[in-house]
Design a protein around this ligand. Structure first.
Ligand code: DAH
Length: 369
């Protein structure tokens, strides 16, 4: 309540008349209604409801009234204050809503407006696929091994038990750097990295080697003279083909989905004995398309299996060539083409798309990690 009024002024007391208070309320309500935004309303609040507003000043005079009038006038002022306060609150809510609506309109982002797109660089899908395959082995404790793309003929062929007269060694298949007796070739496979790994390390050896390889093929839908392979090699005591099969099945599952297995078909490679072709169970039809013309499968040509690579137990002659005792150690190895893998994994039908560097092709792979 107000302190006793020492400076009594009858003119001001007349401000507490019903008329006068009604006028103050009317003026306040009009001003509140006219406030167009929250900052205007703030000023109105100060002018009509603040400590120095006419109503507040008049209110101070209550103390000067005769006791009989105090209650009535107090009620009148209280009622006036409540009216102004209510009006302020509801106008404030309205203006807040208005402000929010305007903000939504003004700050709207038109996502259809064309922009100058800035493309960020991405890695080539062959690179990401190679890394993804290598990662499966890194997770099993393998390390990544490397070798030069310009390789000694002895490492690329002889140490791998490829005989001197093997057709793969002819200049029709292999890029010799100067002449066919230079002793230097562009490696035709990642298998020479096996030799380097075994020369550099003592068993147990668990390495995976993705890399670029070269052959004198013409570029067409299914061949390219520069391509990529991934090689795996394990040399340890007591390794068997069962370990090889389990390893390949694990890779197949990791790359193509749970339950996808591999099949080994007897074959021949000079550096493995026994040797096998690795087939991948078709991850699209899972074999259901075999002999089922109503549900043919484009991925495997309704074969149920897709040729993936080669593998086998490291030939004892290869172990001996790098100074590992084949009676103490056995090994398994495998190798597969990355381009081929990308083709059936991502439905790429033409290998040329992978080498031409057209961004319209690579961008489709986005930022696949
Ligand atoms: N190097 C072989 C090729 O290019 C693929 C291969 C077959 C690799 C058998 C291996 C293996 O490690 O054991 O055709």
């Amino acid at each position: 309540m107000s302190a006793p009024n020492k400076e009594f002024d009858p003119k001001q007391v007349s401000d507490l008349s019903e008329d006068s208070v009604n006028r103050m309320v009317a003026a306040a309500l009009t001003a509140i209604g006219a406030a167009g935004d929250l900052s205007e309303l703030k000023e109105v609040r100060l002018a009509h409801f603040g400590d120095r507003s006419p109503l507040a000043l008049a209110n101070r005079e209550i103390g000067a009234l005769p006791p009989a009038a105090k209650a009535e006038v107090g009620k009148r002022v209280g009622h006036a204050k409540a009216q102004i306060k209510d009006s302020l609150t509801s106008r404030e809510e309205e203006l807040e809503l208005l402000r929010d609506q305007q903000a939504l309109l003004q700050e709207v982002v038109d996502i259809t407006v064309p922009t100058d797109r800035e493309w960020t660089g991405g890695r080539h899908p062959l690179t990401t696929l190679m890394d993804a395959m290598a990662d499966v082995f890194i997770a099993m404790g393998y390390s990544v091994a490397e070798g030069p793309e310009l390789e000694a003929e002895w490492v690329n062929f002889d140490a791998l038990n490829v005989p001197a007269d093997h057709p793969a060694r002819t200049m029709q298949d292999t890029f010799y750097v100067t002449s066919s007796d230079s002793g230097a070739v562009l490696r035709t496979q990642t298998s020479p990295i096996q030799i380097r790994a075994m020369l550099e390390r003592d068993p147990p050896i668990y390495v995976v080697a993705p890399g670029r390889v070269y052959r004198t093929d013409e570029l067409d839908a299914t061949h390219t003279p520069v391509f990529h392979q991934i090689e795996g090699l394990a040399v340890d005591r007591g390794l068997t083909m069962a370990h090889l099969k389990g390893t390949l099945d694990h890779l197949a599952e990791q790359m193509f989905g749970a339950g996808i297995v591999t099949r080994l078909r007897p074959s021949y490679f000079p550096f493995t004995e026994p040797s096998a072709e690795v087939d991948l169970q078709c991850f699209v039809c899972r074999g259901s398309s075999i002999g089922n013309p109503d549900a043919s499968c484009r991925t495997c040509g309704s074969e149920g299996w897709i040729e993936w690579g080669g593998c086998g137990m490291v030939n004892p002659r290869v172990l001996r060539a790098v100074g590992i005792d084949p009676h103490a150690y056995t090994g398994f190895a495998f190798g597969m083409g990355i381009e081929r893998t990308l083709m059936f994994r991502n439905g790429v039908t033409d290998m040329r798309d992978m080498v031409e560097g057209d961004l319209r092709f690579t961008r489709a792979f986005g930022v696949e990690a």
